[in-house]
Design a protein around this ligand. Sequence first.
Ligand SMILES: *[C@@H]1O[C@H](CO)[C@@H](O)[C@H](O)[C@H]1NC(C)=O
Ligand SMILES: *[C@@H]1O[C@H](CO)[C@@H](O)[C@H](O)[C@H]1NC(C)=O
Ligand SMILES: *[C@@H]1O[C@H](CO)[C@@H](O)[C@H](O)[C@H]1NC(C)=O
Ligand SMILES: *[C@@H]1O[C@H](CO)[C@@H](O)[C@H](O)[C@H]1NC(C)=O
Ligand SMILES: *[C@@H]1O[C@H](CO)[C@@H](O)[C@H](O)[C@H]1NC(C)=O
Ligand SMILES: *[C@@H]1O[C@H](CO)[C@@H](O)[C@H](O)[C@H]1NC(C)=O
Ligand SMILES: *[C@@H]1O[C@H](CO)[C@@H](O)[C@H](O)[C@H]1NC(C)=O
Length: 474
Amino acid sequence: MKTNHVARTALALGLSASVAVAQGTACATVLVPTYSPPSVAAGWQAQLVAGGLTKPRSIEFDSTGALLVVESGKGVTRQTFTDNKGTCLIASQSTLLINDTTLNHGLALSVDGKTLYASSVKSVFAWDYDAKAGTVGAKPRTIVDNMSNTDLVTRTLLISKLKANTLIVSRGSADANEVKAETLSNGLSQIRAFDLSKLNATSDPFNYNTDGAVLGWGLRNSVGVGEHPITGGIYAVENSIDGVTRNGKDIHENNPGEELNFFGNLSVVNKDPPNYGYPKCFAVWNVTEIPQNDGLHIGSQFAVDEENLTDEKCNDKYVEPRLTLPAHYAPLDIKFDKEGSTAYVTFHGSFDKTNPVGYRVSSIAFDAKTGDPVAKANSTDFLTDILSNDAKSVCPGACFRPAGLAFDAAGRLWMTADSTGEIYVLEKLDGTPTATASGTIVTATGTAKNAAPAVRVGGWGLAGLVAVVGLALM
Ligand SMILES: *[C@@H]1O[C@H](CO)[C@@H](O)[C@H](O)[C@H]1NC(C)=O
Ligand SMILES: *[C@@H]1O[C@H](CO)[C@@H](O)[C@H](O)[C@H]1NC(C)=O
Ligand SMILES: *[C@@H]1O[C@H](CO)[C@@H](O)[C@H](O)[C@H]1NC(C)=O
Ligand SMILES: *[C@@H]1O[C@H](CO)[C@@H](O)[C@H](O)[C@H]1NC(C)=O
Ligand SMILES: *[C@@H]1O[C@H](CO)[C@@H](O)[C@H](O)[C@H]1NC(C)=O
Ligand SMILES: *[C@@H]1O[C@H](CO)[C@@H](O)[C@H](O)[C@H]1NC(C)=O
Ligand SMILES: *[C@@H]1O[C@H](CO)[C@@H](O)[C@H](O)[C@H]1NC(C)=O
């Protein structure tokens, strides 16, 4: 059952016996990334299944299993695949469902799947959606408006499963004028929830800045927002600032941390919404590089300028992250598995650091019952990498940059990589992964990263599957 060196030509032709055994039919079309393929965690298999998209960001599956993708600056496309099980999916059809170049990130479907929401920098729009026909109504309704600003332009959308008819919209800062985030009614750097049942066909859209319930503010750019499936707890991953100083000293290399913040669930409306510190206070990632760091620990709020605001005041006024994430990782999405025991986070990666960091999908363990992360607030070792780039020195130019995530009905995790225009599928294999084996990235060149020469991932033996392992990269 173990195939060490499968010839490249055989793989290219899809004739590998091992592949045929593994998946019933050969995975006839296996796409190869143009960069060094990423590494995969033990117990997982990953495969690139689509390329050539235009900056794909958020993704959602419709009720027929078609994948809806926001292609930033193009619109929403609907992608279908021939599913040969496992990670062997072959793109069959891509149609431009919504032709709107202003759409740039946010995407959500109503719980009944009949309304599609997508966002531009200014507005959230709603279309009637017919999943079977794969069509939208002629004209969208504007649901939320008045969100224009420069700098941070994504508007993440999430439809709550806990609270019916509720749409969560996350909006970042107008970075160049960050002081505006200190006034709640500017609607910047906050996450709001809107009760869609208050709208009818003719009513005006919500004004983002004054309507809805504020879940939290003082959030520079909480691009990823997720709802725990058991408790309904809302978590968001925050992209903190790039050029932080402390009392005039540049400490930006390893500070501040990115953040995983908690907002409670939607059944409790907070009349006095918590503030998470931006633009005054930030979360500590590297304590030792911060001057005058007495009393600071990982996650505590520090002031950039102690002359005018002390760390003590920062910690009194503002909420610490539930978990602090490494500086500059740039988290863009967070999705829970259906049991609520794991959250997956995409890290888009740094764009201007001397030593590039991020560029991975990682998991965070949660207590399914309480909906809390398992790790303590000051922990730094709670991320488990699932799919990651090895050669970070070539990033962000020559590697994938993870963006959106979605689970399909079979429990596979799908991921977009925006700068390379790609979609990956990740599958957690049955059985217990062995400590020594690593996972497999299926490519036409048969590369199994992290292992040589052959990889057998835990559970594969039982399932009778064989890793596709072949010759070196072209
Ligand atoms: C999308 O809309 C633009 C402008 O309205 C139009 O020029 C273009 O042909 C449309 N594209 C498709 C694929 O329909
Ligand atoms: C947009 O928000 C600003 C700031 O809160 C407010 O002054 C303005 O009236 C709003 N415009 C609309 C059309 O709601
Ligand atoms: C729609 O809602 C508005 C309030 O937002 C109300 O004034 C109007 O009467 C409603 N229209 C219908 C047809 O129910
Ligand atoms: C929502 O949060 C409230 C307050 O923490 C809690 O009492 C309630 O049980 C939560 N709802 C669910 C479904 O867990
Ligand atoms: C924190 O800073 C110290 C001192 O510069 C450095 O040695 C260490 O690698 C840094 N650790 C992290 C996680 O940034
Ligand atoms: C404190 O605030 C004042 C007034 O805004 C400002 O002039 C000064 O530069 C600030 N101190 C530091 C250390 O930034
Ligand atoms: C983290 O916090 C716990 C208390 O929750 C404490 O016991 C522990 O020493 C802290 N660890 C570090 C590294 O600060």
